[in-house]
Design a protein around this ligand. Structure first.
Ligand code: AMP
Length: 196
């Protein structure tokens, strides 16, 4: 695994363990010589994550839309900061650069980014591992909701199983390294439901 894209809050969150997890992940990626691809911001968990990776000699690639760059929220001192035109271009480039995708705790931006990449996995647009770092049970209610989405017939259990989860970065990285892509076909599953 050459590079991992991490989506995470542009805020630090309410509990110190969120910052600790972001820093642990940055250090771990640097030690394992796995490059970090992230949103390029200096704020919140994003900034802590990038700083920890950089301080430990890791490769860090920031991908930021021009508008945010002009607002001076970019992490300064990144050797590789790609400034792109739009949020859509940013996500496409992040997806292309990385071999896997993790979400740390975050807000709407983080949720949107990880759900889009999961949607692409479900449609077999890519076959890369995707996971949630469930620090301090942050994602437990969301995972329970996703189980409900399966029970209610909107999500194939095979696609639900693509969402890897772990409580610490080391365990999640281990799952990424042994991940076998799910081969369930979303279109066939939808057609098999018979409502057409
Ligand atoms: P949120 O979870 O709502 O804080 O949004 C975080 C996600 O949205 C990150 O993964 C970034 O890709 C993007 N984002 C939001 N705010 C910023 C910012 N100030 N600088 C860079 N990226 C940001």
């Amino acid at each position: 695994m050459k590079r991992i894209c991490v989506f995470c809050g542009s805020s630090p969150g309410a509990k110190p363990e969120y910052i600790q997890a972001a820093q642990q992940l940055g250090v771990l990626l640097a030690y394992r010589k796995i490059g970090l691809v992230f949103g390029g911001g200096k704020v919140g968990l994003m900034g802590r994550l990038a700083q920890a990776a950089l301080e430990n000699g890791g490769e860090v690639i920031g991908v930021i839309p021009r508008e945010l760059h002009e607002k001076r929220v970019a992490f300064s001192g990144l050797s590789d900061l790609r400034v792109v035109g739009t949020m859509h271009e940013r996500k496409a480039l992040m997806a292309e650069l990385a071999d896997g995708f993790m979400a740390l705790p975050g807000g709407l931006g983080t949720l949107e980014e990880i759900f889009e990449i999961l949607t692409w996995a479900q449609l077999a647009i890519h076959h890369k591992p995707c996971g949630l770092l469930n620090v301090g049970d942050f994602y437990t209610p969301l995972l329970a909701f996703l189980d409900q989405v399966v029970e209610q017939g909107f999500l194939d259990a095979a696609h639900r199983s693509m969402i890897l989860t772990a409580e610490n970065p080391e365990e999640l990285l281990q799952q990424f390294e042994t991940y076998r892509p799910v081969s369930a076909d979303k279109a066939a599953w939808a057609l098999a439901k018979g409502d057409w």
